[in-house]
Design a protein around this ligand. Structure first.
Ligand code: NCD
Length: 311
């Protein structure tokens, strides 16, 4: 693999390879000394034009646990604030000998642009606009596979603000390639306009959309990407589409609840569900840990050096 840009363009074989590698590497996270020499002498740079807590931190930890150099560009304090273009920033990071650039940008398609521009540096898409967020899709799949045993035949309901969600798109492509069935559930104004061209079933009613679902993946309302007027009120959204112990009764009895974070407790997910009260199986913290494992696997796939090229 040279880049990881989308799950739409990643084959089922590569997805399985990344998940299997993540499962193996996850064992390192359980050790008292979380460090292996695998990526010694390699350099990863993160370039985030949008906010992030868990994605950026987990890429940094993933690189460090595998002994790669990890550098974060704080865009606000970088030359970008002096007007440097994305193209020049990328060329500079390549000239600084980055083996891999992990980038997040509000404009869909910027990682493809970077991958076409750079000849010596791998690109990982850590979220581009409302397009894709492939490592989030992978960590969601790893969590489902770990807890449910397999993805084949799983009924996965993605609930909430799907129109603005890159997480939803990466889930849709990744999960369907691995044999799961995906439903999108949300108010009509937050369903994607191209839903009929996606391999999914669409519901604008929570009870119907959750009926018998094995996994409920809850999405944040992405108000920063929303035009005004898409939602009458948060309270109404919460009443009709919020995931609470009551609404979860529509799903399968042992339904697994996921959320990519950051959560808006009391809006798209109730505190009781988020905290796994009343026997509810929420795996939101496992997702965060699996995020490190998946990012270790990704960096290994892109920057791993074969033994004969080591010094
Ligand atoms: C997601 C993102 O940035 O797309 N967050 C994340 O990476 N865990 C989802 C979100 O912002 O709601």
């Amino acid at each position: 693999m040279r880049h990881l840009l989308t799950l739409r363009e990643t084959s089922a074989i590569d997805i399985r390879y990344l998940l299997d590698t993540a499962e193996t590497l996850k064992e390192i996270l359980a050790r008292p000394v979380k460090k292996v020499p695998t990526l010694r002498g390699r350099a990863m740079i993160t370039l985030f034009y949008e906010n992030s807590t868990r994605t950026r931190t987990s890429f940094e930890l993933a690189a460090k646990f595998m002994s790669a150099e990890a550098i974060n560009i704080a865009v606000a304090q970088s030359s970008v604030a002096k007007g440097e273009s994305l193209k020049d920033s990328l060329l500079t990071l390549q000239a600084l000998k980055a083996d891999c650039i992990v980038m997040r940008h509000s404009v869909s398609g910027t990682p493809e642009f970077a991958a076409e521009l750079l000849k010596h540096t791998s690109i990982v898409n850590a979220g581009d606009g409302r397009h894709e967020h492939p490592t989030q899709g992978l960590l969601d799949m790893l969590t489902m596979r770990e807890i449910k045993g397999q993805m084949e035949g799983l009924e996965v309901a993605i609930v909430g603000d799907i129109a603005h969600s890159r997480v939803a798109r990466s889930n849709i492509w990744g999960l369907t390639k691995m044999g799961a069935k995906v439903r999108l559930v949300g108010p009509r104004t937050l369903l994607p306009p191209d839903a009929d061209r996606l391999p999914v079933k669409v519901y604008d009613n929570l009870a119907k959309g959750l009926d018998g679902a094995d996994v409920v993946n809850v999405l944040r309302l992405q108000t920063e990407r929303m035009e005004r007027g898409l939602l009458p009120s948060l309270r109404e959204y919460s009443r009709l589409f919020g995931i609470s112990p009551q609404s979860l009764k529509y799903a399968a009895p042992d339904a697994l609840v996921l959320h990519p974070g950051p959560m808006n407790r009391g809006v798209e997910i109730s505190a009781d569900v988020a905290d796994g009260k009343f026997g509810i199986h929420a795996a939101i913290e496992e997702q965060v840990t699996n995020g490190i494992a998946v990012r270790m696997a990704t960096l290994y796939a892109l920057m791993g050096v074969s033994s004969d090229s080591e010094g």
